[in-house]
Every structure is written in structure tokens, then in C-alpha cells.
Ligand binder design. Sequence first.
Ligand code: PLP
Length: 408
Amino acid sequence: MPKSILSEHSKYVFSAIREEDDFAEELRKQGKKVVKLSSGDPALYYPTPKYIVDAYVEALANGRTSYSRSQGVLDLVDAVIKRYWHRYGIDMKEQDVLVTSGVAEALTFLNSAVIGLGDTALILKPYYTQYPVAIQMFGGRPLVGEYDEGTGWSIDLDSVAKVVRRMKGGSGKIKYMLITNPNNPTGTILPRKTLEQVVEIANENRILLVSDEIYDEIVFGGANFTSVCELAKGMPHLILNGASKAFDATGFRIGYVLAPEEDTVSEELKRKLADYCRVRLSSNTPAQYAIAAAMNNTGEHQRTVRELVKKIEKIVGVAMKGLGENHHLSAVRPQGAFYIFPKIHMKTLDFRNDREFVHALLEEKLVQTTRGSGFGAPGHFRIVALAPEEIMGDCVQRVNDFCRAHAK
Ligand code: PLP
């Protein structure tokens, strides 16, 4: 008998975002009131809009409770096609859209479909925590380029070029390059010019470009968002998106993959990803109908998402103001999503690393955040800017008091 029943690659499956959850639970059991600033979940603070909940209830009442079309119910597929036509001028066909149980499932499907033992994919740090896990769990190896804090966390194109060059010299092929825009955990929105350069690098080196754009509607005033689908015409690319953030419906578990092109790679991927969808039967059926109705109800949707973004922008403002008073930390102002990713000036504090910092902040001040090393960026921590302004203001004061108490 082998020592363990577990597979070799299961050791990579781990969530840094949830690693303090058990300790937070323990504190709550002791009667302490922990504020959770660690989960990027808008529905935790702001209930899913009533018109979406009503659409869900209606779907149930109409008997939409069976398995449904594996690649997504046609109502939702059509709604997604319309959304991309109106927002980005992209013309897609039914087979270009694959509905998944969240972007999380899309990432698992994609990696399972393209990553074999020893294969590589290029991600950039700080990265969303699932990215390296999803590569490693299929025996792959993440190649890690960088977002550059010095330029407001824009892409360090030299680091990307270096990784690509290094791989070119070897025998391996980079299966895909994945970017996140707007970004989790930094809140950065990539300038169009930078995106054009990324597209060029991917195109020149024949690398599939994947863009996770789940925050494409959480964009603050003054910032301009460009989707990769607007720039990558004629080359293989995938767009990942879903209902979790902009529709404030994380628990519905609705996401989708778009493959708008018709080249050999895109066509092969579409067919295989559809097979993955079929093998897992279907996504949540009533949730798909509800999101289809919500997506088609553009008036209600625009109104509610505008309100949500306005709220988030104010919360970010409160947090940034408070953090600005703390010379033990420095943070790039986010332009979208709902995260702040401060750098910890570790040498001025009595902590050895971000893990100790985050754990002690939870224990002493009952504020739960996430360590930056979980996103590949040690010496930082992530604050989720969703708690109402008063709570956020109070939490940031607690962070500031905490740093003061631990100053060297
Ligand atoms: N991608 C990014 C960048 C995210 O931040 C998240 C969730 O926080 C996800 C994907 C997962 O989204 P979903 O709820 O659609 O699985």
C-alpha cells in the first residue's frame, strides 16, 4: 500500500484566502466580533438585487429545475452574446460561449484541457490565488511574470518578454498566458497601450491569451477599461467572465468562457471545453435563467451596478484616506474591482513576514485580511473594500493602531 491515498498533485490544492477562516471561527466562538475583509464577495454585504432574486424564484416556479443544456441554456448564451455585442462590438455565435459554474470551474476546465505533466502557463504576480493551483493540480508548472508596483501595478512587459524568451530557448511551449483586468488583488486597470503590447507578445509567440475580466463592470470614475476581445481579433484568445461580481450573485455560481475566434486552436478548445461541460452535465439551471433575465434587463442592471460601484468607490476612498496616515504601509490607489493591496514596510515593524502580520491583526484587532504571499507578493496584504464606509473606516483605524503598537 502507498503511504497516502492522495495524488501527487493534490498537495498544491490550497486556498490562502480562506486559511485564517478556522482561526476567525474560533475567535467568534469565544464571543469576539471578527470583521471579515478577506472575501471578495459583494453579496456578503449587499443582497443580490431583488429583480435577480425574483427571476430566480420565477425560474423555479416555471419548473426550470432539471439539468439543462451542458454548454449553457440558450437564453443565457444569447444574453451573453448581446452583452458583448453592445459593450465591446464583438460578434459571437452560440458555440463561442460556454457557461460554467463560475470562473473557478472555467479555470479548472481550461487547465485540465491543456495542461499535461510538465507543461507551463504564464501568469503574473500578484495573481489571483486559484491560478497557480489550477495549473499545478494537473501537473503543470506556472511561469511567473510580474505586475510592477512602481508603475501602479501595470504589467512589467520586460518580465513577460524574459519568461517567453527563456522558454523559447528550451523545448517546452507556454500553453497560455493569463492576465487579470481589472485586477484582483491590486485593483489595477491595464492601460489600452499595455494591453496592445501584451496582445502583440502573445501573437508574435503564438501563445493563447486568456483574460480574466470578471470585474469588467467594477470600474471607478475616470478609469477606462478595454477588453482583450477588442484588441486580439484574429488570434486565439479566451475571455473569462461571470455573474459573481457585477451581478452581485456569487452564490449563483454562474460564469462563462468566450472563444470568439475561428482559428484551429480556438475551434479545438471550444469543442473540448464543451466536452468538459457535458461531462459535468450542467450548471445550476434556475441560476442561469435568472442571470439571463438580469443581463437582458439592462435598465435595472445599469442602475444597480452603478450604485454598487459608487458605494465601493466611496469605501475605497475612506480606506485609502486612513491608510495614507500610516507610514508603515503604502498602497497604490485601485481603479476598479474592490481590493486594496498595501505594501507593509516590514523593517519598521516587529513582524518577520506578511503571514505573521495578518495573523496578529486578526488576533489582536479582529480584522481578517489575506497575506500577500498567498498572491505571490510577500510583504503585502489584501483588504477587501466592501464593508460599509463606517466599518471600513473603523477597520483601517484598527490597522493603524495595530501598526503603531508594533512599530520598532
Ligand atoms: N477570477 C478572479 C480574478 C476572481 O477574483 C474571482 C473571485 O474572487 C474568480 C475568478 C472566481 O469567480 P467565480 O465566482 O466566477 O468562480
